[in-house]
Design a protein around this ligand. Structure first.
Ligand code: KDG
Length: 303
């Protein structure tokens, strides 16, 4: 989507200038991976309009492969606006009837999955339209049949759908999911579960790896039957949006690098820490060198 952000905090109605950027959970993850040097493709649909060009240009400029993105005539590119009032962030979506809402089973040729380490999906896509709600389990099944691991981030957005629908959509996809990412607040909103209950119950539904994101506290996980925790990194938070996507990119990248489970969790926390220190969904994300320096606590004088 195109993201519109006022250049200073306050009500949108009083904004005299705005910054145009790009947002969207899946594209954020793809950008996070590409910055770390992990080849990533983003598969979606955009309007055949200038906002669609903006999204394509920015995502391509980050080194993400957009070759499978479809342009849909007569449907606009999705848009969302943000404002910050009294320290609280609010978003306004314009994505009903958007090009991305046309994603349906068969929306991509399964050959795009050839050689992929993971197909990453999120619950946000399923919330966009009835077709999208069918697309997500179709995509997960298609990947599983092709031998590609599936990662899934619950990513509950209360402005898009209600808890019962989000819960049902997640449960429909879980049998095909290898890596489940879920935030503690959304687990409580959708299932009424705390982190321990998530770690006990979700593995029974399919995923061999369940990672519960705990915000600044870090994360807890069950990975192949082992229970693990990793503390968050103490950093100054400027903008929390996109932290979960950065976390997902870190977890997937470290998995693809062959890192041990504890290191995957640490890498995921570090990526989240990078994201929250900068403005924007993905702008603050690091290169692999910067990530390694952060994880090793190497001091970079910067000049
Ligand atoms: O995770 C960040 C996303 O929330 C943001 O990029 C926009 O995809 C988005 C959404 O629907 O909230």
């Amino acid at each position: 989507m195109v993201l519109v952000v006022p250049t200073s905090p306050g009500r949108l109605r009083h904004a005299t200038s705005v910054r145009l950027s790009v947002g969207g959970a899946e594209s954020n993850v793809a950008i996070g991976l590409a910055r770390l040097g992990v080849p990533a493709s983003w598969v979606s649909a955009l309007g055949d309009d200038e906002p669609g060009e903006l999204v394509l240009h920015r995502i391509r400029a980050e080194g993400v492969d957009t070759g499978a993105v479809r342009r849909v005539p007569d449907r606009p590119t999705g848009l969302y606006l943000r404002e910050e009032v009294a320290g609280a962030l609010r978003v306004y979506y314009h994505r009903r009837g958007s090009a991305a809402a046309t994603l349906a089973p068969g929306a991509f040729d399964p050959s795009v999955l050839a050689g992929a380490g993971f197909l990453h999906l999120t619950g946000i896509t399923a919330a966009l339209s009835p077709e999208c709600a069918e697309f997500v389990p179709w995509a997960a099944r298609t990947a599983a049949e092709a031998g590609v691991r599936v990662s899934y981030d619950v990513n509950y957005r209360s402005r898009l759908w209600d808890p019962a629908a989000a819960r049902a959509a997640t449960e429909a996809v879980l049998p095909h999911v290898d890596v489940l990412l879920v935030g503690d607040e959304e687990a409580s909103a959708l299932w009424g579960w705390d982190e321990d209950t998530c770690l006990e119950r979700f593995p029974d539904a399919g995923p061999g790896e369940v990672v519960v994101k705990l915000g600044a506290r870090g994360c807890a996980a069950v990975i192949d039957g082992d229970r693990l925790t990793a503390a968050g990194f103490p950093v100054r938070q400027v903008d929390p949006i996109g932290a979960g996507d950065a976390f997902a990119a870190g977890y997937l990248a470290a998995t693809l690098w062959g890192s041990a489970p504890e290191e995957r969790l640490r890498t995921a926390n570090a990526m989240g820490a990078f994201c929250v220190q900068g403005l924007g969904d993905y702008e603050g994300l690091p290169s692999r060198r910067e990530l390694t320096a952060f994880l090793d606590q190497t001091v970079d004088l910067g000049r």
